[in-house]
Design a protein. Structure first.
Length: 137
């Protein structure tokens, strides 16, 4: 597949059921934390590394539940698709934006975000998240 970015992404869920979205410096769209999978790295290794670099979060790879592979147009690289290995990570740890992360926001399942979302987040991951926490409407 040409012009594909392979990433590992976390559907990070706090004890009260909210999920974390991040925005990279110089961009407008919010998305799941995570990042590109380096050569020779497994998706879960990339996830553990990225969560630590971006948020100061240390997770046990065994806690990351693989939810599947999802593809969508890349938010910040025109003409590219992202192919994300998505993992659910339940964490009560505090997060601190670091590296290229400029802003973090916790979103509740019943909350309509008033900001721009990456296509992958908007079209695939948030619907999955809302289903996973199955908030009664």
């Amino acid at each position: 597949m040409p012009n594909t970015l392979r990433i590992a992404a976390a559907l990070l869920i706090a004890p009260q059921g909210r999920t974390l979205l991040v925005r990279k410096r110089g961009t407008v769209a919010f998305m799941q934390p995570g990042g590109k999978i380096d050569a020779g790295e497994s998706p879960v290794e990339a996830l553990v590394r990225e969560l630590h670099e971006e948020l100061g979060l240390r997770i046990d790879p065994a806690q990351a539940i693989h939810l599947g592979q999802f593809s969508a147009p890349a938010a910040n690289e025109p003409g590219y698709q992202v192919q994300a290995e998505l993992f659910r990570v339940d964490s009560a740890e505090a997060v601190t934006p670091a590296a290229e992360i400029e802003e973090v926001v916790w979103l509740a399942a019943d909350q309509a975000p008033a900001f721009e979302l990456a296509p992958l987040t908007r079209d695939l991951i948030l619907p999955l998240y809302r289903q996973a926490v199955s908030v009664p409407r």
